[in-house]
Design a protein around this ligand. Structure first.
Ligand code: ZN
Length: 410
């Protein structure tokens, strides 16, 4: 994707300001002529910023403004040790809300809507991001946070929520609960804004059908504002992102080389206007691609594809790369399989062994279903897996992002 002139100017001014004061980037770029970045090619020679760099800057090493300019911090979940702390200025918080409002508008959500927010509040960027954007839009916010399904459903019915904001797995849990209780006719939802974990087409169709809503994928990560830096549009062909606030690149996850438009690789983001903690060439570990050409919706904002996976979910078995999205395509092709699965890799008796746990739709015989899924898996992915069917609801549902691929080999 070609860098626009104004993006280059924003990057130059960002670099100039970062190099003008002691801190994270002056240290990181100490051997680099950051002032000499005059074109896209120069920019692509700058080193990447990685999550580990941000961890090492704990707690406030990333702060790029004076203390009085910082009004809030957020932190990414520290599943692997030290968390990452991101300071926000007034402008950062306002810009994030503005981007989030754009997301709601892109989804056709208006000030007349009632927005039911289930992602968590607190250090995490989720809940408060959904809320600030909705308030800026002028909609009615129902700030539920996660959990307590009884209360969620009661509020949803009594307040006639029209928009559900959730992770895909929590949306599924609520959809299943609504079906189980037979209260579908008391639910007024029209739209779902679903956080950016990667999820399959089959799960999407189930949630859309059971809740009777149109679904939108919203994208973001704590290190770069939070959710709201991009969203799918009603044409459901990738996610538009706000290229006046972020500059995106797609690189080969192994070599770091920039890939031609349309090829799948790792998304790398540079902030263009952020003050509290600007990031240059941040490796997101999200796998996607640029979607070339204009969108039928007429939006001038460019698009990345629906997330294909994480670079760390990509597993290699017998020389074959497997992405979670491929497993989802297999399950989508066989009517007996539901959307939920877990794929386990183990090293046993000197060789790699794959096991696929799959929730079966009601009415299918497990043995025949397993054989069918195994055939489809072999024909599409090229390797043999043991298929272990389970009943609907037996695999874990989670309110946060769920892991479906487990590599236990090492
Ligand atoms: Zn569009």
């Amino acid at each position: 994707m070609k860098m626009h002139d104004n993006q280059l100017r924003q990057i130059q001014s960002q670099l100039k300001s970062l190099m003008s004061r002691p801190g994270f980037y002056r240290q990181k770029f100490r051997d680099i002529d950051a002032a000499g970045v005059n074109c896209q090619e120069d920019f692509e020679k700058l080193p990447f910023t990685r999550k580990d760099d941000l961890r090492h800057a704990y707690p406030l090493g990333l702060q790029a403004v004076d203390d009085e300019a910082v009004i809030r911090i957020h932190s990414s979940s520290g599943t692997t040790g030290t968390p990452v702390i991101i300071p926000y200025t007034h402008k950062d918080v306002d810009d994030w809300a503005l981007m989030f409002e754009r997301c709601y508008r892109m989804a056709g959500i208006t000030p007349r809507d009632r927005i039911h927010i289930t992602p968590g509040y607190g250090l995490w960027t989720a809940g408060i991001g959904f809320q600030n954007g909705a308030e800026r839009l002028g909609a009615m916010v129902i700030p539920m946070g996660p959990g307590n399904t009884d209360k969620q459903l009661r509020m949803m019915m009594d307040l006639q929520s029209t928009v559900l904001c959730a992770t895909s797995s929590y949306a599924l849990l609520l959809a299943e609960e609504i079906a189980k209780r037979g209260i579908g006719d008391k639910i007024f939802l029209k739209k779902g804004v679903i956080g950016s974990e990667r999820w399959g087409e089959k799960m999407r169709r189930r949630i859309a059908r059971e809740l009777g809503v149109q679904l939108f994928d919203i994208y973001g990560l704590t290190e770069i504002y939070g959710p709201g830096i991009g969203i799918s549009c009603p044409y459901e062909n990738g996610m538009h992102y706000w290229d006046d606030y972020i500059y995106c690149e797609i690189v080969d996850p192994q070599t770091g080389q920039t890939l031609p438009d349309g090829e799948i690789g790792e998304l790398v983001i540079t902030t263009l206007q952020k003050e509290g903690a600007p990031l240059i060439r941040y490796r997101t570990h999200d796998l996607t691609r640029f979607i070339p050409g204009d969108c039928a919706c007429g939006s001038p904002y460019p698009r990345i594809d629906t997330l294909i996976g994480r670079t760390d979910d990509m597993v290699k078995v017998k020389g074959v790369n497997i992405f979670p999205s491929q497993i989802e395509e297999v399950l989508q092709a066989v009517p007996c399989a539901s959307s939920e699965y877990q794929f386990m890799l183990d090293h046993m008796n000197g060789k790699d062994e794959c096991r696929l746990f799959v929730e079966l739709n009601p009415g299918y015989k497990p043995k025949a279903a397993a054989a069918e899924i195994q055939r489809e898996f072999k024909s599409r992915i090229g390797i043999t897996t043991i298929v272990l069917p389970v009943a609907i609801g037996e695999l874990p549902r989670s309110e946060k992002k769920s892991t479906r691929v487990f590599d236990n080999r090492y």
